[in-house]
Design a protein around this ligand. Sequence first.
Ligand SMILES: [Zn+2]
Length: 169
Amino acid sequence: MSHPAIDYPAFGPEIQCPHCHRTIPALFLTDTYLCPRHGAFQVSPTGELIHVPSGRCWHQWEGTWYRQHIHIDGLRFEIGEALDQLHRQGRRATQITIALRYQGLFEGGPGRELSVPKRLYPLGQKLFGIPLVFSPAPDVAPRWTSVNFEFTTVADTTAQLSYPGFRIR
Ligand SMILES: [Zn+2]
């Protein structure tokens, strides 16, 4: 037997499609995985997974794919969906931590040099009414190379009331 690492793309003989989560096979001797519904995914030289038809990009961290956003709208949409899910679990976010690499999107331009730690906390920024902070740098906390955001949550004591969702605050 030859070495699987050589015969298959970087993530092994099969992965879960980042879109539909079905197990999809690698094409032997290529850097490509093929989903019958979503088409080809290619492993980039830097270890990202690229959806060939759309150019969308994912990073993997501990077995989970994290879509990498280039527009703030995509990131906001993902956070909005996650907040909805959180609400259905009877919890409420008190803070959103967003990966430092997205800071430029929030400032409407390329991120400025972070000279002092205070710069990690933009003045009073909120998203969906929830206070927003940026993550530590990935060299301090490596998961922030891939992860997009995390919530700090509490049990939602107002869940009994007709709480119409995160947009109220
Ligand atoms: Zn798929």
